[in-house]
Design a binder for this molecule. Structure first.
Ligand code: ZN
Length: 78
């Protein structure tokens, strides 16, 4: 991550190729501003604190919620 001045916060960066000479440089994922310094390598946990997901979001919801015996969901015959 790096501080992006136009975005006003720490942002993810990615490597892009310069159109003119093909050199690799890092740019902001949000506004494509070239970022040349103050790169910070962070852990996935720190990324999530900054509002980014690392990997798929956690799955919410469970199957078989009534197996805990809520009393109203048992199968009744007749
Ligand atoms: Zn930016």
């Amino acid at each position: 991550m790096a501080d992006c001045v136009p975005c006003g916060k720490s942002v993810l960066t990615y490597v892009a190729l310069d159109d003119s000479n093909g050199a690799e440089h890092r740019v902001c994922v949000h506004c494509d501003t070239p970022i040349a310094e103050n790169l910070k390598w962070v852990s996935p946990g720190e990324l999530e604190q900054a509002g980014y997901y690392f990997g798929p979001p956690p799955v919410e919801g469970e199957k078989g919620g009534c197996s805990t015996g809520c009393g109203s969901c048992s199968v009744k015959k007749n």
